[in-house]
Every structure is written in C-alpha cells, then in structure tokens.
Design a protein around this ligand. Structure first.
Ligand SMILES: [Zn+2]
Ligand SMILES: [Zn+2]
Length: 272
C-alpha cells in the first residue's frame, strides 16, 4: 500500500472527480493521502475532505506563492491546526522563483509568513510541510533561527542539491520526492534521491501538477504515486514493495496524528 504525502484534492480539477479518484486510488493500492492547504480561504474545503473520508488528512497553512489572500496570524494557524484530522502545518516556506521583477529583499513578507508557520508548528507540536524553490539558503537559515528541528517535517517535492538534502536530514527532516524524479532530464535529482536514506524518504504526487512519466501532461492525482515509488525502487535497487512499506512507515512516524481513527473525532467537529 502506498501513501501520497502531498496532494491538492481540494483544487477544482480534482475535487469534482473525487469519487473517481478514490476508486482509482483503491485500484492502484494507494490507501492514504494528505491533502495540503494553500490559503486560509481554502482550508474549509481541505478539512472537509479529511472529515469525510477516513483515508484522507489535512494540513493548515498558506503557501509562499499565495498572494492577495488573508495573511495568517499565529492564532489562526494554531486554531485551524488544532482541528480534528489536521496532521501538519503547511505548505509553507520560501519561493523566489516567481519574483516577477521584485528583489529578494522585497520578499520579507514571505519570510515573515514562514516564521509565523514555524512558530505555530512549535506551539502545537505538529510537523512542517516545507516548500522551497530558488530559496534554499534562506529556507535553511530561517528553519535554524526558529529552532524548527523540534517540530520536524518534510521538504516536499524536493528539487534541491545534495547539500540541501544533507542539511534537511541533519535537522531531522524528511525529504519527499514527486513525479519529477521520473522525468528524463532529472538525472541529478535521481542522484540526490540515491543519497537520501530510504528511511527518510516520502513519496508524493503534488497533484494536480507534475504527473509522472509515462503519464506526463495528464492531470495528476494520488493514484499515480506508485510511478514515483517505482522510480525510487530503481534508484535504491530494491523492490517497489519495500519502497511502499518504508515510505508508508515514514509517513506514520512523521504525521503521528494520522494514526488516530476517524471515529474518535468528536461529533461537533463533523458538522462543518
Ligand atoms: Zn509546494
Ligand atoms: Zn503543493
């Protein structure tokens, strides 16, 4: 059984097909998925998925690329993350890829938002789902300054260097690989994946984006995560069953609240 540790099932292109996707997941032996939140406005939809289906969970957070949305306070994040079925804070981090002509200096708001997420994760003792793109130095610096190692978490959709992976591992973080490791031009990233010990790896789709080879170009969904596992198995020279087993165990160790049964959720929580 496989776990998709990062998907966006609340996005409209996937949410309208939820029954079909859940059936495809069952066929592909993908028994669980973590639905990632990118804005406070989106949280109710993400949370509703986790409340409705016992194999889906939710995160609470505002993506670094989300602009023109409500800015989360520490209290906002702590409140939402305290809801049943919420197992992580994020996705959060830094993204200097889409500066659109702005300077890195002018992205102070992103760094401040990131710090607020880390403080929330520490306050409520939940792991962080980190998004970092073209900003690894500042990401690592802020994680260190804020003492994020205590909260732990995962660098999701990893595309950075081995040195960044080393730093993430040294802080106790997991590293999650997406369909990008199946892409023809991703030989360097496959080398990084070889370097990261399997017992610190997660797998994800980041759907609806980044459908793996041989399905590249399609709308991605959690039922495609075995293609990522298959690639990782080739890299690690082990069986796909081993990858499924170890990455599922890693998911459980990191997102501890995901082990709580849904029927223990108080009935007032189920109302929203
Ligand atoms: Zn991301
Ligand atoms: Zn994402």
């Amino acid at each position: 059984m496989f776990v998709d540790s990062h998907c966006h099932l609340s996005f409209p292109e996937l949410s309208v097909r939820i029954d079909e996707i859940r059936a495809a997941m069952a066929t592909a032996r993908v028994d669980r998925a973590l639905c990632i939140c990118t804005t406070l406005e989106e949280f109710p939809a993400v949370h509703a998925l986790a409340m409705r289906y016992d194999n889906l969970w939710a995160s609470a957070g505002v993506h670094p690329d989300s602009e023109g949305v409500r800015e989360p306070t520490l209290a906002d994040l702590v409140t939402l993350a305290g809801r049943a079925r919420v197992v992580a804070i994020g996705e959060t981090g830094l993204d200097y890829y889409r500066l659109d002509g702005r300077s890195v200096d002018s992205m102070a708001w992103q760094r401040e938002r990131f710090r607020v997420h880390i403080r929330a994760a520490l306050a409520i003792a939940l792991p962080l789902v980190i998004h970092t793109r073209s900003a690894s130095d500042d990401t690592l610096l802020i994680l260190r300054e804020e003492g994020a190692a205590t909260a732990g978490g995962v660098f999701h959709c990893f595309t950075e260097t081995q040195a960044v992976a080393r730093a993430a591992l040294d802080m106790g973080f997991y590293v999650s690989f997406s369909g990008i490791i199946t892409f023809r031009n991703a030989a360097e990233l496959r080398e990084v994946a070889r370097f990261v010990p399997l017992d610190r790896c997660l797998i994800e789709t980041d759907s609806p984006y980044l459908a793996p080879t041989p399905l590249r170009g399609r709308t991605n969904n959690p039922s495609y995560v075995p293609f990522v596992a298959e690639q990782l198995a080739q890299i690690k020279k082990c069986s796909i069953e081993t990858v499924a087993e170890v990455t599922s165990a890693n998911f459980e160790s990191l997102f501890k609240r995901a082990s709580e049964p849904i029927d223990r959720v108080p009935s007032y929580e189920k109302l929203d």
